[in-house]
Design a protein around this ligand. Structure first.
Ligand code: PLP
Length: 398
């Protein structure tokens, strides 16, 4: 039952990686809070280092609690192998830096999480990697940006923060034609609503800090992909850059995943109601939510996702000042970055999560200066709407 073959996602989330511990029968996967593992002999130690034996060596290189989490997420994404990391950024940087070298080229979507933008446009360029940011929802733009040295097409779908979708099938077609790898961030949807590997995407990355962990109490990341590539990542950037997850944090994420499907259904139910409320509000200029018929890619959303998730963005009449008043006036909703936790969070991308982008880069990505991002939580939806309603009245007069 290791890989969860034949099980539905809900069953994998509750069973894979959660097998009873064989020595004591503990029904919960233990936290192997250890830095290192005793070798029974020098020969066995050498065999583990050379890869001839698969026992554990040192927690930066692997640990049974991390391995349980990796088995679970790999099964959820229907992948061959997953690697857990200390953060989403560690997962993303380790995957991309294992694939590219100086002189290579990356095509990335213009609208990505702010630190991904600064990693690509700052650090990677400093190490001689060429990066072009394009609108990956425009297939021709991606095609035009591909060069003979392009190694990776990188995007989020839906993107943070404007919930723009990228057509996975179209990206895979381009990548296959040119022998390029596709790396996709599935943080917003989770494998409950979207499984990119089943569409031919090569590697899926997650900020496990968000919906996978689900409770706002842990920072972590995970990447899933083909065994050969994941082995290469494990032996290079994961090992040598050293962004490994702590066993306790792996355990928290594994515990969170047991309720992923239940939480995601409620996040989506609440988000749909909040999006409809906002769309009908007189003080609102525009609502971004893939579940709304007014979303320009609603049909694509229905094609490649099985739900629309819990993330919404909104622009108010009155722009930034109105948005600021809204965020300063919420009482139940909380003004904080991050997303995918139990409580509803509001934040201002231009000055917070996407402040590492230049104003021009934000404009090109379609991130209005007044945009407010909402991570809809698990409270009663009427209470969320009542809070937003009183804050909107202060912000817009309606
Ligand atoms: C879509 C997305 N990807 C990646 C990250 C980075 O994850 P972490 O904060 O766990 O490093 C974030 C963080 O907000 C995110 O929103």
């Amino acid at each position: 039952m290791d890989k969860g073959d034949g099980m539905r996602l809900e069953t994998k989330a509750t069973h894979v990686g959660h097998e009873p511990e064989p020595l004591t029968g503990s029904i919960v996967t233990p936290i192997y809070q250890t830095s290192t593992f005793v070798f029974p002999s020098v020969d066995e130690g050498a065999a583990r280092f050379s890869g001839e034996s698969d026992g554990f060596i040192y927690t930066r290189l692997g640990n049974p609690t991390l391995a349980a989490l990796e088995r679970c997420v790999s099964a959820l994404e229907n992948g061959e192998k997953a690697i857990a990391f200390a953060s989403g950024m560690s997962a993303i940087s380790s995957v991309v830096m294992a694939i590219v070298s100086a002189g290579d080229h990356i095509v990335a979507d213009r609208c990505v999480y702010g630190c991904v933008y600064s990693l690509f446009s700052g650090i990677l360029r400093r190490f001689g990697v060429d990066v072009d940011f394009v609108d990956c929802s425009q297939v021709a733009e991606v095609e035009r940006a591909v060069k003979p040295n392009t190694k990776v097409v990188y995007f989020e779908s839906p993107s943070n923060p404007v919930l723009k979708l990228v057509d996975m099938e179209a990206m895979v077609r381009i990548a296959e034609r040119h022998g390029i790898m596709t790396v996709m961030d599935n943080t917003f949807m989770t494998p409950f609503f979207q499984r990119p590997l089943e569409w031919g995407i090569d590697v899926v990355v997650h900020s496990a800090t968000k919906y996978l962990g689900g409770h706002g109490d842990v920072i972590g990341g995970i990447a899933v992909g083909p065994r050969e590539l994941m082995d290469q990542i494990a032996e290079t950037t994961q090992k040598d850059l050293g962004g490994s997850l702590s066993p306790f944090d792996a355990w928290l994420i594994l515990r969170g995943i047991k309720t992923l499907h239940v939480r995601m259904e409620r996040h989506e139910y609440n988000a749909m109601k909040v999006a409809e409320f906002l769309e009908g509000h007189k003080g609102v200029e525009r609502v971004y939510y893939p579940g709304l018929k007014s979303h320009p890619q609603h049909e694509l959303a229905k094609k490649q996702m099985t739900g629309f998730g819990g993330m919404i963005a909104v622009e108010l009449k009155g722009g930034f000042e109105a948005g600021r008043t809204l965020m300063d006036s919420v009482k139940l909703c909380q003004l904080a970055v991050s997303l995918g936790k139990t409580t509803t969070l509001v934040e201002h991308p231009a000055s917070m999560t996407h402040s590492t982008m230049t104003p021009e880069a934000r404009q090109a990505a379609g991130i209005a200066e007044g945009l407010v991002r909402i991570s809809v939580g698990l409270e009663h939806v009427d209470d969320i709407i009542a809070d937003l309603s009183q804050a909107l009245k202060k912000a817009t007069g309606y």
